[in-house]
Design a protein around this ligand. Structure first.
Ligand code: BTN
Length: 262
């Protein structure tokens, strides 16, 4: 891809992903839409994404992975997750990827992603990668599940992170990981993604879920779901999570079929 990214910086937008979708047809690959504040920021599973004005990074970048088939779309998710993970690792943090593409430090979420793909025939015509990365925010809504931020994690005490500088650095990591995908390193990216998975190989509690429960609903309040103990062994080519049970049986779960109990 062309590394000359066109950055469109707004004070307010409803959602950078929505703006990217509105401009999708004309926008060149690498266009970035960033907003100081989103009035209707969107999260996964139909949730809202709340972020204090001008404290964090809330942006979307457009990729055009026409070299992938729709069935391979999870590879985009793997590459961009690694882009953010490597950026945070570069800050000295032990960042992990909570499947499919949240980024965690310990048991706390520092970054969420909303990736929206468009398909044309048998190709991926575009992927709008929306990223919400907490940089300088110290106080969060009590409804936000386990949030943290870069400043809280690094303990930086000589002033706030400068958002434009962090955006430039992060975009560098994102484009590098995406280019690795474009150049045919999907297997290597898959191996690195697996290695960086949050809770890889450790037995933990999960809940089998019904697709309609909101992501931030506490598990105690969910409609009865089966609680299971299992360990993550990896993801399959479609991005489903592979779990192994204590009796060594294995099962794969789609995104809406399983939830971590943290
Ligand atoms: C999640 O963890 O639920 C995903 C959050 C994704 C939030 C980002 S902020 C920039 C972009 N625009 C949106 O409306 N959402 C994504």
């Amino acid at each position: 891809m062309d590394k000359n990214l066109g950055i469109k910086w707004y004070q307010t937008l409803d959602s950078t992903n929505s703006q990217a979708a509105r401009e999708f047809d004309q926008a060149p690959e690498g266009t970035v839409w960033i907003a100081d504040f989103q009035s209707a920021g969107r999260g996964q599973r139909g949730n809202r994404w709340e972020s204090k004005a001008a404290e964090n990074l809330t942006f979307s970048i457009l990729f055009r992975p026409v070299f992938l088939s729709p069935a391979q779309q999870f590879q985009v998710s793997q590459a961009v997750s690694l882009g953010v993970q490597r950026y945070l690792q570069g800050k000295g943090l032990d960042a992990k990827i909570k499947w499919p593409n949240d980024i965690y430090i310990g048991n706390k979420k520092i970054c969420g992603m909303l990736i929206e793909h468009s398909i044309s025939g048998d190709k991926l015509a575009g992927s709008i990668v929306g990223i919400g990365l907490n940089l300088n925010q110290r106080k969060f809504s009590p409804y936000a599940p386990n949030p943290t931020s870069l400043i809280l994690e690094t303990g930086k005490d000589d002033g706030e992170y400068i958002r434009r500088e962090e955006l430039t650095q992060l975009l560098g990591y994102l484009c590098t990981a995406y280019e690795e995908l474009e150049e045919g390193f999907a297997e290597e990216l898959d191996a690195e993604y697996t290695e960086k998975l949050y809770r890889l190989g450790e037995f933990h509690q999960f809940m089998e879920t019904d697709a309609d429960a909101p992501a931030d609903m506490p598990v105690e309040k969910m409609a009865p779901g089966r609680e299971i103990t299992a360990r993550i062994t990896g993801v399959d080519q479609y991005g489903c999570l592979e779990l192994e049970f204590p009796d060594s049986k294995r099962r794969t779960y789609p995104f809406k079929g399983i939830r971590y109990i943290i």
